[in-house]
Write a protein that binds this ligand. Structure first.
Ligand code: UDP
Ligand code: GLC
Length: 433
């Protein structure tokens, strides 16, 4: 397994970065005027093969809410204007994809899937089966008008895989999850891996951790390619102090957590750690995007119970994450279960602020085994408190690491590299069909 995966890693490296192989300048190294226009031309070209053929892609997503996977899709479709997106619900994603020039096809009726928990039993899923059958037929019709189907989530793949195969279209599954027991029930893992083996021509994952979990769940290693998520971020030239004043943030030691509110994202651990670091404040950015309201309330209660209400600042969902990151002394990424990737990590690296992350899932890959950020064990507020105290005591000692982190993010995790790698896989998969 390891050998095949590492062979695939190499293959995916050949497909993705380094950007010079794809003839695309690394974003961020191209900060001059015209850089973004240049990048756009390159992105457009990446969807067209040398012989001019451009497969008709049907992108499928189950949710209209923008979390990391949907932000990746928003960026991934940029070289594909004119493609179609089949969405199970309307919302911000539909809007973003329309802006990118895609035709949006909305499922006629809701699927009831958003309310279905990832670890729900098959029995609990039964009531929505009738609805799902109608949806499958609709997807099959949409797939017939395309050359290839690209499912951007686990639920999208579960619903699109069979209909697409029935009408003879190859399927790519962009798997943004870690298929392990922390995130999915046993039956779900087995069903997903078997369905992938049966129906998916290509499985794309953002990290080695996600690839390994897929294989451990029974997925075929030869079908998996790692394409790290890529994104671009413009730095605000203002100083952290000026940004804090503008953003209404307090002076003094301040860190931030920038994940949606969900138990596995571990904001509770940061609150517990804060109790052990006097005078440190923390902004908690993000909201309960997928119904985790009880956890959101629990976080506030936890801060109050520890006498930290004035030191834990809940800012809710924000659209200015990069500026907020630039304004804090450090970004904490405290996920308690393995993180499939974590765009937030890359954003923090690009923002040029020190990162402290839990060593679970992809964090260590992204942070170069700790050379580009501090790694602490998950669910250990005491260890997090020590790391925070060390950082605040001597921030200069972290400058070289933070510098390395930004270089690493610019080199490995740019949007153009990801777009080129994904386009290559789409072409290869369509050509093999
Ligand atoms: N994010 C945001 N506003 C917020 C909180 C988060 O725009 O208030 C963004 C964040 O900048 C990142 C994404 O949401 O780009 C989260 O992606 P990530 O891969 O870190 O985690 P996910 O939520 O997908 O598990
Ligand atoms: C998922 C994962 C996150 C990843 C994102 C994009 O939402 O939780 O770790 O960065 O997808 O791949």
């Amino acid at each position: 397994m390891t050998q095949v995966l590492s062979a695939n890693r190499n293959a995916s490296c050949a497909a993705a970065p380094p950007q010079d192989e794809a003839g695309v300048a690394a974003p961020g190294q191209e900060r001059g005027p015209g850089a973004s226009r240049l990048a756009t031309q390159e992105q457009d070209r990446s969807a067209i093969r040398a012989d001019g053929h451009r497969p008709r892609v049907l992108f499928v997503s189950h949710t209209g809410t923008m979390s990391g996977a949907e932000l990746v899709l928003r960026d991934a479709v940029r070289p594909w204007p004119g493609a179609t997106a089949y969405l199970f619900e309307d919302g911000n994603l539909a809007e973003a994809l329309r802006d990118a020039g895609l035709t949006i096809r909305l499922a006629r009726r809701g699927t009831g899937l958003s309310g279905l928990r990832r670890d729900a039993s098959v029995l609990r899923a039964l009531p929505v089966l009738g609805q799902l059958a109608g949806l499958a037929l609709d997807i099959a019709r949409a797939a017939r008008g395309s050359d290839i189907v690209y499912a951007n989530s686990q639920k999208a793949f579960l619903l699109a895989a069979l209909p697409a195969r029935l009408v003879g279209r190859p399927v790519i599954w962009h798997l943004h999850d870690i298929l392990d027991s922390a995130h999915f029930g046993r039956i779900q893992r087995i069903v997903q891996a078997r369905l992938a083996n049966l129906c998916a021509a290509t499985i794309i994952v953002p990290s080695r951790a996600a690839a390994e979990a897929f294989v451990a769940a029974g997925g075929r290693p030869t079908r998996v390619t790692i394409v790290p998520n890529g994104l671009d971020l413009e730095l605000d030239p203002k100083s952290p102090a000026a940004l804090r004043a503008e953003l209404g943030l307090p002076a003094g030691p301040l860190v931030g957590v920038f994940s949606r509110l969900a138990p596995w994202k571990g904001q509770d651990v940061v609150i517990d750690a804060l109790a052990e670091v006097p005078n440190l404040r923390c902004i908690v950015v993000g909201s309960a995007l997928f119904g985790e309201d009880a956890y959101a309330a629990e976080l506030r209660a936890r801060a109050a119970a520890r006498g930290l209400s004035d030191r834990v600042l809940f800012l809710g969902q924000r659209s200015d994450v990069p500026r907020l990151m630039q304004a804090v002394d450090a970004v904490v990424h405290p996920s308690v279960d393995p993180e499939p990737f974590g765009r937030t990590l890359v954003e923090a690296m690009l923002a040029g602020v020190p990162v402290i992350a839990t060593d679970a899932g992809a964090s260590s890959e992204i942070l170069d085994g700790g050379a580009a950020g501090t790694l602490v064990p998950p669910r250990r507020p005491d260890r997090l408190a020590v790391a925070l105290a060390e950082l605040l005591a001597d921030p200069d000692a972290f400058a070289a690491r933070t510098h390395h982190a930004r270089d690493r993010a610019l080199t490995l995790y740019g949007a153009a590299g990801m777009q080129a790698a994904l386009a290559k896989l789409i072409h290869e998969t369509a050509a093999r069909a």
